[in-house]
Write a protein that binds this ligand. Sequence first.
Ligand code: GLY
Length: 434
Amino acid sequence: MVNVLVLGSGGREHAIVWKLRESKVINNIYCIPGNAGILELAKTEQIKLTDVNRIYQFILSKNINLVIIGPEQPLVEGFSDYLINRKIKVFGVTKKQSQLEGSKIFAKEFMVRHGIPTSEYRIADDISKAKFYVEEMFKNSPKGIVIKADGLASGKGVIVCDNEKDAIEAIIDMIKNKTFGSAGEKVLIEKKIDGTEISVIAFCDGETIIPLKHSQDHKRVYDNDMGLNTGGMGAFAPVPFVSEMLEKKIYEQIMKRFLSGIQNDSLGYNGIIYFGLMIENLGQNNEQPYVLEFNCRFGDPETQVILPLVENDLYEIVSATLEKSLYKVNLKFKDKFAVCVVLASKGYPKEYETGKIIYGLEEAKSMNDVIIFHSGTKFIDNNFYTSGGRVLAVTSLANSLGEAIKKSYLAVEKIDFEGKHFRKDIGKKGLITN
Ligand code: GLY
């Protein structure tokens, strides 16, 4: 029997802990810092994720056999390397590998070097060079361009611009005004690709790559993809409009080339690789997937729909990834659809309210094939309170996408807190071809 520590505090980490709970080989699950939902399944400890020494002491004191790192920041800051150097088993890529997420320029150069389809781009670190590239790119990309801060910017460093003026303003904001600090010292100027976004998340041990079910996130705050970008307002999986032919293209042109790329670059890899894809001309003969971004960890809220569809023991898949024996894993999935609706606090994604009592969780949780994953919650004096922008992720499983959508929204209606807001159209795009 083993003890596992999960690092993180969101719905993604709740889903990881929930899935690990099914494992017969796990004795104790700990989570730092966790949230009120995770507390029902694991022991939580309030230590800052930057306090690596205290976390290390905690790992020793609890005889932890495996650490799973949820969010990207600790990976990019080298937390895995710190633990590996101390002989602690960790599921989370090294600092060097995490550049695939931590530097958009590193990722882009990797894609180009290994023939992975992606959009045309330029790199700039001064404004006059950037202006020149913007003008040049608008000439042959009338649909618009995308300005990206090179480093991590909490999901806010990607600005889609349909005119030169907005693009130059975005660049001045990043390079001169340092809106994203050092993350925006260099920028990527990219041709915009129109299409349909999907997420493909896979386990990779450096020799084998195994994808989970594809999913679709809903990044904008309001229905019909309107309003500001958020951390994700909901997701569904699998995506019915991803045909076998498209799956094959994604495997051949993206996953296989990724695998040979990390091998040729001697980058190595033991962890999760998340391909953020744009599918151009979906459903047509010239349908083409492009990589928008790599992430080196599970997605949020995608994890809240993809892990509940997995039959296998998550601990065993993670162990196989670390032992380079993924080729032995026969990943099995439930023949179901999963839909997750995120409930957010009033004001989110801008400044938001917290400290509101949450009602109806027990009733919603008692529904068949409904799982309530917590994101920003606290448990005080027998009540659950809101404590974050994204509060809960309500996931349902059903035999069809339509049923799963209905069930999730039924559960959503049972839950209440002051200022609760959510999208009403999660999964709708999948129904069009379902
Ligand atoms: N769902 C987007 C992300 O996890 O980055």
